[in-house]
Design a protein. Structure first.
Length: 278
């Protein structure tokens, strides 16, 4: 099975968001766009839960703005991005900045794969290996030079890597998608991911947990949709879970927290788009 590297992963995510957004009625679409605009501060950055401009949240804002066709929001975001100094940022913020720039500025230069790997493993030691791999894949797909060597090495690494029983749903989903992306067999990992689903709707973060959450639901449904899982039996309950956690232009975390933010709005539309595309 060939390695799938034609469509950058983050562009694939945006296409799922767009599918989820387009199936909504006009009023709900307008509410989401209004929430997007409310979440952008005057300087162009998107705010976090503490109402401060944040690159991590700006990445979600950028993807949501692209999926919903908001060019004016993106133009304002550009001014915020131009003021950022990568030297003063952590690894997650640096990679978020790189991804945003790759979409907003067509002249963004390519970066070497070894240089990106050094950044990720030198500064991202506290980030789980599977998440580091997924985060790196997003950036490498967008701006990496000579990606063939990276895919070759990653394929070898994943041939011998096995998930553990205490893996959270989100990392299991990243593992499933990574194996599919690199042309490896993913049947067993896919079946294990399916075990996180709840009959009442949604996916739970860990096996002992009884309630679903939007992050787990979004990434799990995306990974399952991308690996051609038949989601018809899951659709009614998951659509109900998604609808229950919609609130005035945003999607909630699903775990009882009523805070509206961009991150869970991203996961909500990703979940909805995954069900639509499947």
């Amino acid at each position: 099975m060939p390695i799938e590297k034609n469509i950058p992963v983050h562009r694939l995510l945006i296409s799922y968001l767009k599918s989820g957004f387009e199936i909504l009625d006009r009023q709900t679409q307008e509410e989401i766009v209004s929430f997007l605009k409310e979440s952008q501060e005057p300087g162009g950055g998107f705010i976090d839960r503490a109402a401060f401009p944040d690159l991590y949240y700006s990445l979600f804002g950028s993807w949501l703005a692209q999926a919903t066709g908001q060019s004016s929001i993106l133009a304002s975001l550009q001014s915020f991005i131009e003021k950022q100094n990568p030297q003063k940022l952590g690894v997650v913020e640096q990679m978020a900045l790189t991804l945003i720039r790759s979409d907003l500025d067509e002249t963004t230069g390519k970066q070497s794969i070894p240089g990106l790997l050094m950044l990720l493993f030198r500064q991202g030691k506290n980030i789980h290996l599977s998440y580091r791999f997924f985060l790196f894949t997003l950036v490498a797909d967008a701006v990496g030079k000579s990606k063939s060597l990276y895919y070759f090495l990653a394929r070898i690494a994943l041939l011998f890597y096995r998930t553990k029983n205490d893996f959270p749903c989100s990392l299991q989903a990243a593992f499933v998608f990574a194996r599919k992306k690199l042309g490896l067999r993913f049947g067993k990992a896919q079946a294990r991911l399916y075990e996180f689903s709840l009959k009442s709707g949604g996916f739970k973060a860990f096996q002992p947990v009884k309630n679903g959450d939007m992050l787990s639901t979004g990434v799990a449904l995306f990974a399952l949709a991308e690996t051609k899982t038949d989601l018809r039996l899951l659709k009614p309950a998951n659509l109900g879970f998604i609808q229950q956690n919609y609130s005035n232009g945003a999607f909630l975390s699903g775990d009882g927290d009523e805070t509206r933010d961009l991150e869970y709005t991203f996961y909500g539309l990703l979940a909805l788009g995954s069900l639509v595309k499947n």
